[in-house]
Design a binder for this molecule. Sequence first.
Ligand code: NDP
Ligand code: 2IT
Length: 445
Amino acid sequence: MKAAEVLDDLRRRFPNEPEYLQAVEEVITTIEDTYNQYPEFERYNLIERLCIPDRIYSFRVSWVDDKGVVRNNMGYRIQHSNAIGPYKGGIRFHSSVNQSILKFLAFEQTFKNSLTTLAMGGAKGGSDFSPRGKSDMEVMRFCQAFMTELWRHIGADTDVPAGDIGVGGREVGYMYGMYKKMTHEFTGTFTGKGREFGGSLIRPEATGYGNVYFLLNMLATKGIDIKGKRVAISGSGNVATYTAQKLISLGAKVVSMSDSDGTVIIPDGLTEEQMKFIFELKNIYRGRISEFAEEYKLPYYAGQRPWKLVQADIALPSATQNELNGEEARALLANGCIAVSEGANMPSTPEAIKEFLAAKILYAPGKAANAGGVSVSGLEMAQNSQKLSWTAEEVDAKLKSIMAEIHNQCTIFGKEEDGYVNYVKGANVAGFMKVARAMMAQGIV
Ligand code: NDP
Ligand code: 2IT
């Protein structure tokens, strides 16, 4: 089948999976020309095999809450592709989680991991369980119940999960603890583990730092300095906070942060002290960004996203998928935005992406810009295999060079005739070609 026919076919077969179809459409439409240059790909029906996950596990997770009420959630693991390495990707706990969202994430992960230069296939998992408002013991019981099912499908050389939305160090610790109990083995089957039991230095920071490093690479192509630039960030979780921290250290002004309830605007730019407050609020007290706004008497907009509220030179969406639409993209551009680099996975809608590309601004899709997180996960796997741990400086230096190499690959495959770098095309084609060659070499399996 031709690439376009595969897309039509997937639309017919999976009509109830809009996020999955959105991610697949973006990739297929950008790699189509390259794909059609290789008749052997079509003969092997490579694109269809690459779009459909290798397998999907779905299961019921039953647990008991603090009041003694029995709760049932869904659990999933999508093993998308292990053509270039063991399945690898995060676990998301959020009430919105469903099969379509995890399929889009596992699909994206496959191309992202291919770009990292490391040997990792693509996967994603999660549950519609939300840690929000749950006690520590409830979170622990849920994580344990989730693992009593998932453990048999994962392993250090099979499938290595990590964190994502709603899954941070605490949840990884609880899941790893149960995994260890079920298997009687201490292996590197999770990344994002605590420092004391095999976690890598810089893994918590890696996605946010990596996004800023990618941004610096993009800005360097235009000779633009980050110092003094006004940066709008969405989210206030793992990715958003470490992005903000790195930007502050580079002299940029972080003018917004948000959560699922609303946005805070920081007209003069976030200070280090305020940053620390947000970090503790979110990680220790598990509070809301509105409490930060209240504490520092800053403007807060309930139910709103940052993009139309501030003048920003740079936008770094770092919360969730489809959180920046066409209208918001036009508002950002009208206010002089010169760069958008995605900390989250698929945060810009297709219409927003069209606007950014038409305006020819620096626009980096998540699978390139946020690949720093999974890259350091790959480095954690390498350290676990060697039973060694590297210094923060060593890991950070490797992260920087990986982000530079991803930027380089995007430039090679994404440069257009007028010199504009289409990072969407660059990332998709570069990510695709490596996986495609591996699949061709391994036959139809
Ligand atoms: P966290 O759970 O730490 O933080 C998520 C943030 O996004 C919170 O501020 C949360 O608000 C907000 N958010 C989540 N869902 C929604 C929603 N539906 N609408 C509005 N706001 C929402 O997750 P991460 O920081 O780890 O993940 C953020 C993004 O980055 C995700 O897209 C993830 O896939 C991606 N990513 C993460 C990596 C990692 O290493 N952690 C690596 C690469 C990408 P609230 O607290 O109100 O829920
Ligand atoms: O989306 C992502 O890349 C992640 N959530 C991190 C995955 C990982 O395995 O570190």
